[in-house]
Design a protein around this ligand. Structure first.
Ligand code: PMV
Length: 311
């Protein structure tokens, strides 16, 4: 039996839309931070048939089964019992698929002695969920062409930012990221502009991380996030993952910044707000978001490590 841990990551320069060719490749370069405060624990052992348990319940997961079958095209992998649990809401915009596939390939690699290095694990994680490629590494991580394997931009020790997650709904999303981004690619009138701006946003985000320029990172990350949500809103049919409380939290973060706090927000395909802070502002930001009407939970997180085997 082998157990692996992985953390979700949140993109500060996002991808939303894939390339048409095979391999589950993002259309644009993207970068993220890995969150130590949320964890997926995945246990793998030999079985007589494949059996998946998610958060204590047997689950049929065609995406996971398809990924496992693809892995078996290359490697000799026996039937597996896979038991995975998240200590945070699943499929609700907190990147549970990223930590899920990162933990899974890490556990299977060790359990079945596949001999994959970190780059190869990132490659296999990406085939399950493109953002999962980034959760193989900790700290600040980029996913860029031509390899589309995680690359470390900086460690969590080099720039120890903190993240305050304001949970505004625990419900699983009704439109998956994969389905949503395909809808935007095909129907949003702004998709071409999104592709055009991506390299510039990625370069600005990477430079800000390199320079530890918090204001610079705040500017590019907030605008990039709102560009992605503009694509969602202008898709047909429209996509909106926000609750009224998501909007209230974004307003609160802007107000906090005007009051002098070092904070910016980002939002993925879900209703949760992630407020990224310099450590000195994290207590004030957490207290302010906890008081915002509609916020049901606050999760605080430092930046953390990549996926790893624990037994
Ligand atoms: O790779 P997926 O299917 O988990 O989709 C990720 C989509 C976003 O989180 C919204 C953006 C990103 O770059 O992580």
């Amino acid at each position: 039996m082998t157990i692996a841990h992985a953390h979700p990551n949140i993109a500060l320069v996002k991808y939303w839309g894939k390339q048409e060719k095979a391999g589950n490749l993002p259309a644009t370069p993207n970068l993220s931070i890995t969150l130590a405060g949320l964890t997926t624990v995945t246990q793998v052992e030999d079985g007589t048939t494949d059996h998946f348990v998610l958060n204590g319940e047997t689950s049929q997961d065609p995406k996971l089964q398809g990924w496992l079958n693809t892995l078996r095209d290359t490697f000799d992998v026996p039937p597996l019992h896979i038991d995975t649990g998240n200590d945070f809401p699943t499929s609700a915009g907190l990147a549970s698929s990223a930590s899920g596939f990162a933990a899974l390939i890490t556990a299977i690699n060790a359990h079945c002695e596949l001999g994959l290095n970190q780059e190869m694990c990132s490659d296999w994680a990406r085939k399950g969920s493109a953002s999962a490629a980034r959760s193989i590494l900790g700290g600040f991580v980029a996913l860029v062409p031509p390899q589309w394997q995680a690359v470390r931009l900086a460690s969590q020790e080099q720039w120890p930012l903190e993240v305050v997650v304001a949970v505004t709904s625990n419900e699983a999303k009704s439109v998956s990221s994969g389905e949503g981004m395909e809808r935007s690619r095909l129907t949003s009138p702004y998709y071409k502009a999104w592709l055009r701006d991506a390299a510039t946003d990625f370069a600005a985000g990477s430079q800000a991380i390199n320079d530890k320029d918090f204001q610079g990172l705040a500017a590019v990350a907030e605008l990039n996030c709102l560009k992605m949500h503009s694509l969602m809103l202008t898709s047909q049919p429209t996509l909106s993952y926000w609750t009224p409380a998501s909007v209230a939290c974004m307003d609160r973060v802007r107000a906090l910044r005007e009051e002098g706090e070092d904070v910016f927000f980002t939002v993925d395909a879900g209703p949760q707000i992630k407020a990224v802070c310099l450590p000195g502002s994290a207590d004030t930001v957490a207290a302010a978001l906890a008081e915002t009407p509609g916020v049901i939970d606050i999760i605080r997180s430092p930046l953390g490590h990549g996926a790893r085997v624990v037994t």
